[in-house]
Design a protein around this ligand. Structure first.
Ligand code: CO
Length: 632
């Protein structure tokens, strides 16, 4: 591994030292006190122009974008400040509400556990010791009870019992009891105590010392005796003909910047910035413990906060290189996350093969470069995996695992929007909907997007034998034309092209976005979650690039009435032909829990591919050398 120590690149995430400096200077400059909470502190990413013109020798001012929550005045403040302490901007955002902050959650849980009404209601359910109760703080992702809906920031507290010290608490949901807590005052403003249902008692053990897991295979070692084939310069990765920058944000977690591929002697730009800009989980069960669980894990929690420290040989196998990350806590402390991002190579089966008529064989093994991170948000784990392949393909895959959310209901009851996993233990139906923000720059910034579909003419002159089909390309000229759904029957995909750069056949060079396994929201568009996450009703959106438009449900989804983000920006119906465009691709899974998803769900996958389409004159895989002399 060659890793050079280099001075920071403008896109390197803020490190622990820089975050500390930023907090210190911000406190001093703006006279912040304990009522000002640091909701987010992220790199203030320089503009595309600055980055594209940046040279190694250039000095840049590293700056942070800070989102503050003034709990005294219930105001969001957005500020930009350099690491050296120079103020650039400081403004209040009217109407915005801060995401849920970890310190507020802790305070809310403490208040709920000490509340006499809760203690009494737990007793009624057979729980004498409130310390046996696990509470979580969730945004009210549906209608807020009318008499409480006065603009306060409120959370509610689903609860589970942990009957013994290491029991799987999700096996024991407590029905019909929630505290509603004002996040700012820390006061329990309402206790919902409705129906009492016996707490399901079938344990859901999954720890090795409980299950005795003993199905073993022989050791599998990944050995790269010469070391991995990639090198790092700071956060820049060089692998095979690819180079890219890894990034990390408190809100989105793992981000990929500045993706290039060396084609013969020319380094060609493919993407400027790739991220998963939102992750929302609408729940389809109207029962009391479930219908509000429509959380925006990115926008309402800050996904990066929950990034795991990864373990070699467990999370990642082989010759691994890690990057560390750091985030700021609401009270301005720095939390370091060692081994936050994992990078390695994987054998990916055969890249290509052909046996000639004369018996001569050529075969190439394919390898892929993987950069990944995993977060834990309450019950669930999400792995974000970006793959780079030797044929010019980029793939994103979300890996979903962890424990399904549970509610209690009467054994065998007619409960049509949930699966009964064990007697009285129900897992509500839900969807995991992700939105990728893909700022692709195919051989430059000015790109256009086309929809490509296959179709057949009726039998006749254009289809004499009935088997003919053609493709139809539709160019999107304005934003509203680009709001599209998938259509597997027509093989629909979207192609992003650069009209100024032609390939060897005089066609514009391009990449195509190929949908993979996905879903469509079942929540009605007029529902609270439907309005807040209106972006999810289209699989594709294309917008004219604007650095301020980063998150598809808007910057502040917490208790937002809806309509923010993509639906709002695209009202302008801006020109997207031959412009710097951003593709937003919405995808996910419809999770109808199976008994086999219990007690911990085996990984489910959802994602998409970006494949070169007329970008290269021929397969880049042809230049890959045989892995052994006997392969050709
Ligand atoms: Co799920």
């Amino acid at each position: 591994m060659t890793s050079k120590n280099v001075s920071p690149h403008p896109l390197d995430p803020l490190n622990a030292h820089e975050l500390k400096e930023v907090v210190k200077h911000a406190r001093y400059l703006w006279k912040l006190d304990h009522r000002h909470l640091f909701a987010m502190v992220q790199l203030h990413e320089p503009s595309k122009e600055v980055i594209n013109n940046w040279k190694n020798s250039d000095q840049i001012e590293r700056a942070a974008k800070i989102t503050l929550w003034n709990s005294a005045t219930s105001t969001v403040i957005e500020a930009v400040i350099t690491v050296e302490g120079k103020a650039i901007s400081f403004k209040e955002i009217p109407g915005a509400k801060s995401p849920i902050l970890s310190t507020e959650s802790e305070k809310a849980i403490k208040a709920a556990k000490a509340d006499k009404r809760i203690i009494a209601a737990l007793k009624d359910r057979g729980i004498e010791d409130p310390n046996q109760v696990h509470m979580e703080t969730w945004p009210i992702g549906a209608q807020i009870p009318k008499d409480l809906d006065d603009g306060r920031r409120l959370i509610w507290t689903p609860m589970w019992q942990r009957p013994t010290e290491f029991a799987n608490l999700y096996a024991h949901p407590i029905n019909g009891l929630h505290a509603i807590v004002d996040l700012d005052s820390g006061e329990v403003v309402f206790v919902e105590n409705t129906e009492i249902i016996p707490i399901p008692q079938t344990p859901g053990p999954y720890r090795e010392n409980q299950t005795g897991a003993n199905i073993k295979l022989k050791d599998l070692a990944i050995v790269q005796s010469e070391g991995p084939s990639f090198s790092l310069e700071g956060w820049k990765v060089n692998w095979e003909r690819w180079n890219l920058r890894v990034g990390f944000c408190q809100r989105e977690g793992l981000v990929i910047h500045d993706v290039k591929f060396k084609d013969q002697d020319k380094e060609r730009k493919i993407a400027h910035r790739l991220s998963i800009a939102e992750l929302v989980i609408p729940y389809g069960d109207p029962s009391q413990g479930a219908y509000r669980k429509n959380a925006f894990d990115t926008g309402e929690f800050g996904l990066g906060n929950y990034t795991n420290s990864l373990t070699l040989g467990c999370d990642c196998l082989g010759e691994i290189v890690y990057l560390d990350a750091a985030v700021t806590t609401p009270d301005g402390l720095i939390k370091e996350i060692p081994n936050a991002i994992c990078m390695h190579e994987e054998d990916n089966g055969i890249l290509w093969k052909h046996v000639d008529a004369d018996g001569h064989t050529e075969v190439r093994r394919g390898r892929r470069f993987v950069v990944s991170s995993i977060v834990t948000v309450n019950n669930y784990e999400y792995g974000y995996f970006w793959y780079f392949y030797q044929d010019g393909t980029i793939e994103f895959e979300a890996k979903l695992t962890g424990i399904v959310l549970t509610v209690a209901d009467a054994i065998g009851k007619d409960h049509p929007s949930a699966t009964e996993l064990e007697p009285g233990l129900w897992a509500p139906y839900h969807q995991h909907i992700l939105c990728a923000r893909l700022d692709l720059d195919i051989d430059g910034e000015k790109n256009s997007v086309l929809e490509v579909e296959s179709f057949a003419y009726p039998q006749g002159e254009k289809n004499p034998y009935g088997g003919a089909y053609e493709t139809r390309e539709t160019l999107f000229t304005k934003e509203k034309e680009s709001q599209r759904l998938i259509d597997p029957f027509s093989g629909r995909y979207w192609k992003i092209v650069n009209e100024q750069v032609k390939n060897h056949m005089d066609h514009p060079v391009g990449y195509k976005l190929i949908p993979g396994h996905t879903t469509f929201p079942l929540a009605l568009p007029e529902s609270t979650i439907g309005k807040k996450a209106a972006f999810m009703y289209k699989h594709l959106w294309v917008t004219k690039n604007n650095d301020l438009e980063k998150y598809p449900a808007g910057d502040y989804p917490f208790q937002h009435p809806g309509g923010a983000g993509l639906p709002e920006w695209t009202k302008a119906n801006r020109n997207i032909e031959n412009e710097d465009v951003v593709l937003w691709y919405v995808f996910g899974t419809n999770h109808i829990p199976r008994s086999e998803d219990w007690p911990v769900m085996p990984v489910e996958r959802t994602g998409f591919h970006l494949k070169p389409s007329g970008f290269f004159a021929r397969s880049p895989g042809i230049d890959v050398a045989p892995s052994k002399p006997s392969c050709h």
